[in-house]
Design a protein. Structure first.
Length: 127
């Protein structure tokens, strides 16, 4: 080994290590976005099913809590008519979890999921 080649591996590591760490942080942030997206899809499904049976905000929140979905981290809205047979829409919104360093670069990301459904007849006809 020549004297001019000594320390070459250390310099290469010092140059490439920050790039590799940054790429890993971007990958982790991408996985968190995908995880939050799947969480929202499930929350919208649970909320829509509950609202189809009982079209109230409290029914949607109770259903989320009963299914282990942290409703305090979500914004849940019900739009449309609440009459049996009509179509309504549930919109669930959540801010994405951020990874330190790379999350600050990306800024705030808000994901939203919408699901349309038909309000079901409760079967209570007073008889």
């Amino acid at each position: 080994m020549r004297a001019s080649d000594r320390g070459q591996a250390t310099v290469e590591l010092a140059v490439l290590l920050p790039v590799v760490v940054l790429m890993m942080l971007v990958l982790v942030q991408g996985v968190l976005v995908i995880r939050d997206r799947l969480f929202l899809i499930n929350a919208a499904r649970v909320s829509a099913r509950a609202a189809a049976l009982d079209p109230t905000s409290s029914a949607m929140v109770d259903a989320l809590d009963a299914n282990g979905v942290a409703s305090e981290s979500l914004s849940v809205e019900l739009d449309g008519s609440r009459q049996p047979g009509s179509v309504a829409t549930v919109t669930v919104t959540r801010r994405v979890s951020r990874v330190p360093v790379i999350g600050g670069v990306l800024g705030d990301v808000e994901l939203s999921e919408r699901l349309a459904f038909r309000i079901e007849d409760s079967g209570d006809d007073g008889a």
